[in-house]
Design a protein around this ligand. Sequence first.
Ligand code: GLN
Length: 318
Amino acid sequence: MDTTRFDDDLRAMLDEVESDRRGEPSDYLEDVAGQHVDGLAVAVCTVDGHQAAAGETEHAFALQSVSKALTYAVVLQEIGLDHVLEDVGVEPSGESFNHLSLHDDGRPCNPLINAGAILVHSLLPAGDEDERTALLLRRYSALAGVELEVCEDVLDAERTRADRNLGLAHLLADAGRLPISAREAVAGYLAQCSVLVTAPQLAVMGATLAAGGTNPVTGERVLDEWVAQQAMSVMLTCGMYDASGQWVAEVGVPAKSGVSGALLGAVPGALGLATWSPRLDEQGNSRRGIGLFEGLSARWDLHVLQHRGALRGLSGPR
Ligand code: GLN
């Protein structure tokens, strides 16, 4: 991959989507100081640590639902895949992010819808809410290579809008599926949603997944390879809510979106890609973020299912 093109390509792509003002930002942003809904940033980090970015690269935004993929990875690493699969599936739900989508056996369909994410959060091996959040902050920070923090403003805004998540958690608790109280599970889940990152930091998190769990900037191994693979698997199949199928067809990059306008992508063996732009489409995905991913996937051949001549080695003379 020709990384000398990165700066030019990122700037060209920003220019292409800049004027798009379609969509509405999530309402929680009304209560968060310093937010501007027409902000725009894009950043990339390769698996060998080469970084580039354009736009408002210093602006910190909340992870929101992007955190679901990261917490899934942390919990897989801590307690193992079999254990997690007992409680949460890996099937796309085809429903909106906060729908109560359950398998026949009562498991949430996947870890990237709210019901699954709340349950996955509750599986973190820690004694109480503060310990769970502290463990997540340590792991998120290692993934990004910088100290990350919860934004109290965002958390307050989320707490005042928590009825639906509390409802989902109470239903899971009623079905005997939550190992902690519904209130504690939602409180911790909202704290993970409220962790702030910049686009360059988010791109490094993606690059860490893309590199099989080793942060390419710090050199720290944060996750096992199988964990990174499992996290990217659900990002590919479930990361864009009920637009996931179309996303694979058009962009083909394991990704996770959040209502802050964040979008995280990870192309295994190649790079992490992050965008931020708060105006959302009907599914709750960032409009200009989608445009940036579509454009960059085409420019840089990022679709993970593209034909790379995988069997070429078998077709030569014996
Ligand atoms: N905090 C939000 C919620 O759980 C996150 C939603 C999202 O980013 N899709 O409702």
